[in-house]
Design a protein around this ligand. Structure first.
Ligand code: SF4
Length: 162
């Protein structure tokens, strides 16, 4: 899994100052994709050491690390998220797939999400006609993990800011 670029962002995860890692090698091929440069396997290898270096550089100002993509290696995302979470930093995953956060219908790596290594999750491909998270008609969903386990959908928080 490789990271093509990274940035500090404020809107992708409401209430958090987020180090966004733009992961390449996206397998989803959404028509109208806003980031086609992420389709190829470009950038540097995304390792624990790379993430540690970035979070150290930005210090306590970063409250969350967001994996933007990574659908080509969801298990890898989970492992890195676990590592980040152990440092006391929240974690988010922007997946382009329609993973439904319900234990019973999910693959094994997904069931491990409930152990707390992810705090936020965005699901769904980009569909141009529906728009992104700020659109009233979006197909995408944003979830926050509950303290006691499970997830609460809170996509609406993006629309308040329009
Ligand atoms: S998931 Fe994102 S990067 Fe991948 S094809 Fe869809 S819009 Fe493009």
């Amino acid at each position: 899994m490789k990271v093509a670029s990274y940035d500090i962002v404020f809107q992708e995860v409401p209430g958090e100052t987020t180090l966004a890692l733009n992961i390449s090698g996206c397998p989803n091929r959404c028509p109208g994709c806003h980031s086609p440069h992420l389709w190829t396997d470009t950038g540097e290898e995304l390792t624990r050491e790379l993430i540690d270096g970035l979070t150290a550089r930005y210090g306590s100002g970063v409250t969350c690390v967001c994996f933007m993509g990574g659908d080509n290696d969801p298990e890898g995302v989970m492992q890195l998220a676990e590592h980040v979470h152990r440092q006391g930093i929240k974690t988010a995953w922007y997946s382009g797939r329609d993973w439904v956060p319900q234990r019973d219908a999910a693959p094994e790596w997904w069931r491990r999400l409930d152990d707390g290594r992810l705090d936020y999750l965005k699901t769904g491909p980009y569909i141009e006609a529906c728009g992104g998270l700020k659109s009233e008609t979006t197909n995408q969903r944003f979830y926050k993990r509950n303290d006691g386990g499970g997830w609460t959908e809170c996509t609406h928080v993006f629309r308040r800011k329009v």
